[in-house]
Design a protein around this ligand. Structure first.
Ligand code: PRP
Length: 214
């Protein structure tokens, strides 16, 4: 039986690398895949349906089973803690989560404030450090917060380090390394195991060969 697979893809910076991986694994994806505003794209020849979602929402679609599979950053997985399985580390979109702030500043001792898109990860990190902090959730441009005096520090993604540098911020602590993962809904994994295993088997060597040239 050749079941249709629904795959949630993250729009934005991971998308291109994820699409390249699928193409390198021999899946034929149409050109419209790359620059369409469509949110659902069916690829009949491969029996795939792609959902184009906000990165933070990918595990939600997969947990609820409306997508069988998804591609999600480890940052999103740590923040969302959804009931999904991680099948494969795709080793794409490598970056890390860090604590950053203005140089030569101490954390406010009484009520340090932290701005982040990752309130759960940040709260857990400072709890483990034994620091009591107030987390302020922002949805983007996190680097603004210390510059404008909203918070003492930020917890955010660092990729090239350019955003921190251009805004006069420095990194204080590195929290965790991040790459993107192939994730699966547990029920889909049981019901569509043959197709899903085939997908993983085709992706694995591509991931490996890309890693060896890095
Ligand atoms: C991410 C992250 C940093 C930046 C890091 O933001 O939140 O701001 O990228 O990348 P760099 O180290 O290569 O400069 P994104 O561009 O996704 O947008 P956002 O500010 O809306 O979150």
């Amino acid at each position: 039986m050749n079941d249709m697979l629904t795959i949630a893809m993250p729009k934005g910076r991971i998308f291109e690398e994820a699409a390249d991986l699928l193409r390198d694994a021999g899946f034929r994806l149409p050109a419209e895949f790359d620059d369409s505003r469509k949110l659902i794209i069916e690829v009949e020849e491969e029996n795939f349906r792609f959902i184009l979602a906000k990165p933070m929402d990918v595990p939600t679609y997969v947990e609820h089973g409306v997508a069988d599979l998804g591609i999600a950053g480890k940052d999103v997985m740590l923040e969302e803690e959804r009931d999904v399985y991680e099948l494969l580390d795709l080793h794409i979109s490598a970056c890390y989560l860090a604590v950053a702030g203005l140089p030569h500043t101490e954390l406010n001792e009484i009520a340090p404030r932290i701005a982040t898109k990752y309130p759960n990860v940040a709260a857990a990190y400072f709890r483990e450090q034994g620091s009591q902090v107030e987390i302020i959730k922002l949805n983007g441009s996190i680097e603004l917060a210390p510059i404008i005096g909203l918070t003492d520090r930020i917890v955010d993604i660092v990729s090239t380090g350019k955003t921190l540098a251009e805004n006069g911020l420095i990194e204080y602590e590195r929290i965790v390394d991040i790459t993107s993962r192939l994730i699966v809904n547990p029920a889909s994994y049981r019901l569509k195991d043959r197709r899903i295993s085939e997908l993983v088997e085709r992706l694995q060597p591509v991931v490996k060969s890309k890693q060896s040239v890095k």
